[in-house]
Design a protein around this ligand. Structure first.
Ligand code: KMH
Ligand code: ZN
Length: 273
């Protein structure tokens, strides 16, 4: 049997607003409901950003705590806290929610242009986040936005700056990062497996890259991230009705391609959580 597909759902993000996407979940109850729906549709990981009372991105511990509690009341899932936050969030704020000991947390592997902004991840920042992930025993998901970031993974592994065990997510199609063509994903996966054979990986395609890259990952034994942080359209010109709608489509395609969708327990097993 093919390895079950782990679907991760980035249900909020830090970039969209109710103005750009009216269905965006922003309150703790909306976020918890979106998480439950995404899990019911087949997601096993919830990639979590939260918003303050004004709907602005925040890394406040009390908000992460409230949202976590509400999600756990509704469903079991692997919670993966964002340590990326929003562009410009200071590193001490980015790592603060890890004190709540989520099962997973993200670790962006380099600085890049992010549209017209700069998403800063100096070596010092990466090391600081990595140390915090290890301190609070949250499994790291390394976010790779560009080929050079993969070389940083190789270099940092040798220097002992990364945990032994991690998951990898290729985030492709951010303006300022790598494109999201089939070729882009192919060369990244090839290089990853030179660096660390048998390493688990997923792909998060931004915008129009979400669907084709997800299908490619299903075919090639990778895993998939799909949700409105990365893409708000179901198809060209038609907004997605919810995160669950985007997850449901990928779950259906995967099953049709004879790859079962991982339950939350199966995902924990596959990731050795
Ligand atoms: N919001 C982006 C600047 C992460 O979650 O770790 C960074 C981001 C990455 O979303
Ligand atoms: Zn994120």
């Amino acid at each position: 049997m093919a390895t079950p597909l782990i679907i991760s759902a980035p249900i909020v993000g830090a970039e969209h607003t109710k103005e750009t996407y009216p269905q965006l979940p922003v309150t703790p109850d909306e976020i918890a409901q979106a998480a439950e729906e995404a899990v019911k549709a087949g997601a096993s990981i919830i990639h979590l950003h939260v918003r303050d009372e004004e709907g602005k991105p925040t890394q406040r511990v009390d908000v992460f705590e409230e949202v976590t509690k509400k999600i756990k009341e509704r469903c079991d899932c692997i919670l993966q806290y964002s340590t990326g936050g929003a562009v410009g969030t200071p590193v001490e704020e980015r790592v603060a929610p890890l004190s709540l000991k989520p099962e997973m947390g993200t670790l962006s592997m380099g600085t890049m242009n992010f549209g017209s902004d700069v998403f800063e991840n100096t070596e010092e920042t990466i090391i600081r986040i990595s140390e915090n992930l290890q301190k609070y025993r949250a499994m790291a998901e390394l976010e790779i936005f560009d080929y050079g970031m993969l070389e940083t993974v190789a270099r940092f592994m040798k220097k002992g700056y990364l945990p032994e065990h991690f998951h990898v997510d290729f985030v492709l199609g951010v303006p300022g990062g790598m494109m999201g063509t089939a070729y882009d994903l192919e060369i990244l996966v090839k290089r990853l497996h030179q660096i660390k054979p048998a390493q688990t990986w997923a792909v998060a395609g931004i915008g129009r890259f979400q669907l084709p890259l997800a299908v490619q990952a299903i075919a090639q034994g990778g895993h998939v991230r799909v949700g409105v942080e990365d893409n708000i359209y179901y198809r060209k010109g038609e907004l997605a009705t919810s995160n669950a709608q985007l997850v449901d489509r990928i779950a259906n395609i995967s099953r049709k391609m004879d790859r079962p969708v991982a339950s939350v327990q199966k995902a924990r097993e596959l990731l050795k959580l």
